[in-house]
Design a protein around this ligand. Structure first.
Ligand code: PHE
Length: 454
């Protein structure tokens, strides 16, 4: 345990945590989730979810990692051996996410290059699909030959990611985040400033911020807020436990959790403004309402944005900046997901870190090739759906129930956190974790089951 790697600086740890939180989800998921769930009114459940679940769980996971100094399975084992399986479940989810998250980053890489020539032409939607289908028609889910245009950048993404992970926690992960995150902020700020000064931006912002208070009592909206927070803050994935296991003895846990949580939301808000300003421009150009162009995910990034880039002045430059932002935001998240299974394998089988990088990273990168085959686009959709619906929040729910109620860890963890932190994790923290979060997540799971079974 003595030779466990450590972060070099506090800023290094916070940047790495922020780097994990700020990812594709902030840019392509949050704006649409907010828009669809009440616009300006969504901020109420969103803030509530951050304060009652997001930040309390961040504090919890930081404390567990710091106290037990292990990857998630090892840390949970040290709480109680009957809890180790939960760590492996989270490791498994992370592994699956890494296999397709990397593919999306690879597309963003390609599209960075495409921006300069607007290689996607006029029909951007067909371009994305065509690329996948040009080797012959495939039925949804059917796998076929490799799509080389997606495969080659994927190799590049894995080389960069594994190289950084090979370098270790301080010289690799910390250093990469110290470069990528400031660069990401600068690039993204440039894009947002450009977006809000485009014609039609005001309509887009109006659509994003206009509150629809009618939806506020709809359980769906609250479920969306909670669901989003788990994915966005990378909690319930074992990531934050792993990262905080590399903290030095003296570390301000609660403060770091607040900084990470608010930095992530700040970025998300900025992304919402940028994306909707650009969508407003797009709607104005095509003479339709913003609701006709608003969307999320792969469609937003790889079909709608190329169209916006086609039409805006200097689109080549801003397009490249946009896709490079996706690459940077994605890479720092991918690194954190991979670190989860690398640390877990290395702790469990007592093998050197580099070997674990080779085994874990090797396996994830080989499996990721599946999504770069014909039909890979469908496969990605299906896997992403299941991971989001059943993986993350459920793991989070079981985590809080086991810790708060089954193994009764709140008190010892609270004193551990408070012994070293400025901001106290007081009674509010215990109430949020042992009552509010389990109730809301429990309702969420119940609702999901009801929808999927009945
Ligand atoms: N938080 C990241 C995002 O917003 C997503 C992520 C998921 C990161 C899983 C790590 C692990 O995109």
């Amino acid at each position: 345990m003595d030779n466990r790697p450590q972060w070099g600086t506090r800023a290094g740890f916070v940047l790495a945590a922020v780097g994990s939180a700020v990812g594709l989800g902030n840019i392509w998921r949050f704006p649409y989730v907010a828009y669809e769930n009440g616009g300006g009114a969504f901020f109420l459940p969103y803030l509530f979810a951050i304060l009652t679940a997001g930040i309390p769980i961040l504090i919890l996971e930081f404390t567990i990692g710091h106290k037990f100094k292990g990857s998630a399975p090892l840390s949970f084992f040290r709480i109680n051996r009957k809890m180790e399986w939960l760590g492996w479940w989270q490791v498994a989810i992370s592994f699956v996410i890494a296999t397709y998250y990397s593919v999306i980053i690879a597309w963003a890489f390609r599209y960075t290059g495409f921006s300069f020539t607007k290689a996607w032409g006029d029909d951007t939607g067909s371009f994305l699909k065509f690329d996948y289908l040009k080797y012959g028609d495939v039925a949804p889910g059917e796998l076929g030959g490799i799509v080389w245009g997606s495969f080659l950048p994927l190799v590049l993404v894995w080389i960069i990611t594994l190289f950084i992970l090979f370098k270790g926690v301080k010289k690799g992960i910390e250093k990469a985040n110290k470069i990528f995150i400031p660069a990401l902020c600068v690039m993204f700020l440039i894009i947002v400033i450009r977006a809000v000064t485009l014609d039609g931006a005001a309509q887009g912002l109006d659509a994003f911020f206009k509150p629809n208070w009618d939806t506020i009592w709809d359980g769906k909206v609250w479920v969306a807020a909670y669901g989003h927070i788990f994915f966005s803050l990378s909690i319930g994935f074992a990531i934050m436990i792993t990262y905080s296991s590399y903290l030095p003895k003296k570390a301000d846990i609660t403060n770091n959790a607040f900084i990470t949580g608010f930095a992530n939301s700040g970025f998300e808000l900025l992304a919402g403004i940028g994306v909707f300003a650009a969508l407003g421009f797009m709607a104005a150009q095509s003479g339709v309402g913003v609701d006709k162009v608003a969307t999320a995910g792969v469609g937003l990034a790889f079909a709608v944005f190329p169209q916006i880039i086609n039409e805006m002045p200097l689109g080549e430059v801003f397009g490249a900046l946009f896709f490079l932002s996706l690459v940077f935001a994605g890479l720092t998240s991918l690194i954190s997901i991979c670190e989860v299974f690398i640390a877990a394998v290395s702790d469990k089988f007592k093998i050197a870190r580099n070997k674990a990088v080779l085994i874990g990273g090797g396996a994830a990168s080989i499996i990721s090739i599946l999504y770069s085959t014909k039909g890979g686009l469908y496969l990605l959709d299906v896997v992403d759906y299941f991971v989001n619906q059943f993986g993350i929040a459920l793991a989070g729910l079981i985590e809080v129930i086991l810790i708060a109620w089954v193994f009764k860890q709140m008190k010892p963890l609270q004193s551990h956190a408070n012994a070293i932190s400025d901001i106290r994790a007081g009674l509010w923290w215990k109430i949020c974790l042992s009552i509010i979060t389990p109730l809301v997540l429990g309702y969420m799971m119940f609702d999901l089951l009801r929808q999927n079974i009945m």
